[in-house]
Unconditional design. Structure first.
Length: 255
């Protein structure tokens, strides 16, 4: 497999980077090709602006349309095109980050903002019907995605009755809103809790879990989200009355 490992943490001595090194080494030992994108080391620019699209600054910047036009014409910035080529060549994306303010660090959010543009990752249309492909289909169909995250809080506080909410719901914007939306198969995330208090024993246990997860990347069942075109949603992308009656919010979109 070709694995693209994207890591976002400013300190190379961090638990995040230590686990990334272990994971990458394990995958390579298994015979997989791994490309690593250390966004902080790259000094990745996370800010979308008109220069990304060779856009005339005198004109209004409609980001979605400008990005799609630049993608179609091959006029995206070189750094964006380089990342898209790596995504295109990958079978699996491993996205690793510390959980900050219930989400990913800004530098990683900016990687998705700039790289997963209209026409490349989303906004792709069915060549026969012209319908927009998303939520189970799209520009990145056929790939798998796995989140690896480190969390400062204890595990119980992200449990079914924990104050922070269940982790799968906290990560819904990544799992459903990025991976599933663009056609990738999101795998169950791996989280390491109590990251700032981890002992050597905790670290070794996390390494063992990570290796096990990486060894089964190809066989692991993805998270079972409903697909846009699977018959559960109407033309307005609302669940039909007979589907999960009485269930609302995030929970309703799991099959």
């Amino acid at each position: 497999m070709n694995v693209l490992w994207i890591v976002a943490h400013p300190d190379r001595r961090s638990l995040t980077h230590a686990l990334a090194c272990e994971g990458v080494s394990h995958l390579r030992a298994l015979g997989h090709e791994v490309r690593v994108r250390d966004l902080y080391a790259m000094k990745w620019n996370p800010v979308v602006d008109a220069a990304d699209f060779a856009h005339d600054p005198a004109e209004r910047l409609l980001v979605g349309a400008a990005a799609e036009d630049a993608y179609r014409r091959g006029r995206l910035c070189e750094d964006i095109r380089a990342e898209q080529e790596l995504v295109r060549a990958s079978d699996v994306l491993v996205v690793q980050f510390p959980l900050w303010w219930f989400g990913m660090p800004a530098i990683l959010k900016g990687w998705f903002d700039r790289v997963f543009v209209n026409g490349f990752a989303f906004g792709v249309r069915d060549p026969v019907t012209g319908a927009t492909l998303r939520y189970g289909d799209g520009g990145l169909r056929g790939r798998r995605a796995m989140v690896v995250t480190t969390v400062g809080a204890r595990e119980a506080s992200f449990g079914p009755r924990g104050i922070h909410g269940e982790l799968e719901q906290v990560l819904f914007p990544v799992q459903h809103g990025i991976a599933h939306y663009t056609g990738m198969d999101p795998l169950p995330p791996m989280a390491v809790y109590g990251a700032d208090r981890a002992t050597e024993g905790d670290y070794q246990a996390a390494v063992a879990r990570l290796r096990q997860r990486l060894s089964t990347l190809e066989e692991t069942d993805p998270v079972s989200f409903r697909t846009q075109d699977g018959g559960d949603y109407d033309a307005d992308l609302v669940l039909r009355p007979h589907v999960a009656p009485g269930v609302t919010g995030i929970a309703a979109h799991y099959a």
